[in-house]
Write a protein that binds this ligand. Structure first.
Ligand code: SF4
Length: 286
């Protein structure tokens, strides 16, 4: 009988473990927005900066890291302390811009997140309490998003204000929010920070899925769904859960930094697939 390729210990699992083993985490972090989060010792600063970093994590990585560094420079050594004065945040970020975001969008995010920290002790506490009550990562994320919006973005109807925090109750895959969650819950392991580990079990995490991870997941047979959405995210996570039920998202960083990810095509392509470390289990080649 043909061995289930998606079984624990099967060929796809083995290929993903190999990618984790070969990943140069330290080197790759230099090109990842999480790099900025590691500069902050105070957990409240780190939590706030992680939310900012995940919010801008789309598009060209060099540009987004530069824009993030610029915003953080403006907010001073402790963004959480600066955010205790909303007018100071608005002044500091005046003129800042990144793709669909204008300064008011990022300022609203920072001010709203800081307000949650002051009311609940940390964003992690609010999230953990909501998760314990609802047993739903999506609902807990939605409650966090509602609280941050209420504190800083509720008056803005701009495109950037809508995009900076997507609605976890909708169909969006919420890639950036799930990335924030991964950074906060997993670890500490040199990449993810583990600041919320006491509030949230890693088994509950969902894998952050962008267009590239979606395409790769289809090519590995982790999902057949044609479009990225929260259902696709749940399906891919479920497949990864077979390999590691306690920590299905631990494959994410290595996959994101696989090198081939940006080039991964939707069909067999000898040139673009050359040197791909998962070619042996890709359904176009296996
Ligand atoms: S072999 Fe090609 S199509 Fe398959 S996962 Fe690798 S890059 Fe993508």
């Amino acid at each position: 009988m043909k061995r289930d390729r998606l079984a624990k210990g099967g060929p796809v699992h083995a290929a993903l473990e190999r990618i984790i083993t070969e990943c140069d985490v330290e080197g790759e972090i230099e090109r990842d927005p999480v790099r900025a989060v590691h500069r902050y010792e105070d957990p409240l600063d780190a939590e706030l900066v992680a939310l900012m970093a995940s919010a801008v994590a789309f598009g060209n990585v060099t540009t987004l890291v530069r824009k993030l560094d610029d915003a953080l420079e403006r907010l001073g050594p402790s963004p959480a302390k600066t955010a205790d004065d909303p007018a100071a945040v608005q002044r500091a970020l005046r003129g800042w811009k990144h793709r669909v975001y204008v300064a008011a969008d990022l300022a609203g995010l920072v001010i709203g997140a800081r307000r949650v920290q002051r009311v609940h002790g940390s964003m992690g506490r609010l999230f953990g309490a909501a998760l314990a009550r609802t047993d739903s990562v999506r609902e807990a994320l939605a409650e966090l998003v509602d609280a941050v919006r209420e504190g800083g973005l509720e008056k803005s109807a701009s495109r950037g204000a809508r995009h900076v925090l997507p609605d976890p109750r909708g169909t969006s895959g919420c890639k950036r929010l799930l990335l924030f969650l991964r950074w906060m819950v997993r670890g500490p392991d040199g990449c993810d920070l583990g600041l919320w580990r006491e509030h949230v079990p890693t088994a509950k995490l969902l894998v952050p899925v962008d267009v590239h991870i979606h395409k790769l997941a289809r090519n590995l047979g982790l999902t057949d769904r044609a479009t990225p959405s929260i259902t696709t995210t749940e399906e891919i996570t479920e497949a990864l859960r077979r390999f590691d039920p306690e920590d299905p998202v631990r494959f994410d960083f290595a996959l994101c930094h696989m090198g081939m990810l940006q080039a991964c095509p939707s069909r067999k392509d000898a040139k673009r697939c050359e040197g791909c470390p998962v070619r042996g289990v890709c359904r176009h080649w296996a």
